[in-house]
Design a protein. Structure first.
Length: 204
């Protein structure tokens, strides 16, 4: 681990893959997820909270929570990167499906139309917190009930905002993307590189 490394506050293998893609060295600070007090960050949307504000708030809270863990462990201080991704349909936040039926309902709503994918990134270091956001638009072709059920049966929709993975089998559903492919995966690389450079991290 070199002195220009960062901490990554994420359990997502996709975010790890994307950071490696741009040559960023990192060490994991995984946060506790789930409902209730056991989670390090409450990801429940606030009443009336806009999706754009929601992803920025959650990403920032994740970065700050991980920064507190770094301080408590008294390990080498480095910038902490966190991110949050959500799918928005009809101005409603579609998070991770609770079960198969929930995934089926989400995918049925996305079929045959456009939706937004928002990913916010946050970097915390000592008393500094900076955030950036990426928005992409994704169009799905029409899907029948049998297609949706087969896809849900693969298990891929679980732990994915909007119940699909752009880099997985759901790529066959997508007819058009406007925006950042890496942002839809969970970490917009252009914005991430810009933000890390502002903290003195060398990004090739």
């Amino acid at each position: 681990m070199n002195d220009r490394a960062i901490y990554l506050a994420s359990r997502s293998p996709r975010r790890r893959e994307l950071l490696r893609q741009i040559g960023v060295t990192f060490e994991l600070i995984p946060l506790r997820e789930g409902a209730g007090r056991s989670a390090d960050v409450d990801e429940t949307p606030h009443a009336g909270e806009r999706a754009d504000n929601y992803v920025l708030r959650v990403a920032g809270d994740k970065a700050l929570a991980a920064a507190r863990i770094v301080a408590a462990r008294r390990i080498i201080p480095r910038p902490v990167l966190a991110a949050d991704t959500t799918v928005v349909c009809d101005d409603e936040i579609l998070g991770k499906p609770a079960n198969a039926d929930d995934a089926v309902v989400m995918l049925g709503r996305l079929a045959g139309r456009m939706h937004r994918v928002l990913t916010a990134i946050a970097v915390a270091s000592e008393d500094r917190l900076e955030t950036r956001a990426s928005e992409s638009q994704v169009w799905f072709r029409t899907l029948d009930a049998a297609e949706i059920r087969r896809y849900v049966a693969t298990g891929e929709p679980y732990d994915k905002a909007g119940a699909y993975a752009v880099q997985g089998q759901a790529a066959a559903f997508i007819t058009r993307i406007d925006g950042s492919y890496s942002g839809i995966m969970g970490l917009p690389l252009a914005e991430t590189a810009e933000l890390l450079r502002s903290y003195g991290i060398v990004v090739p």
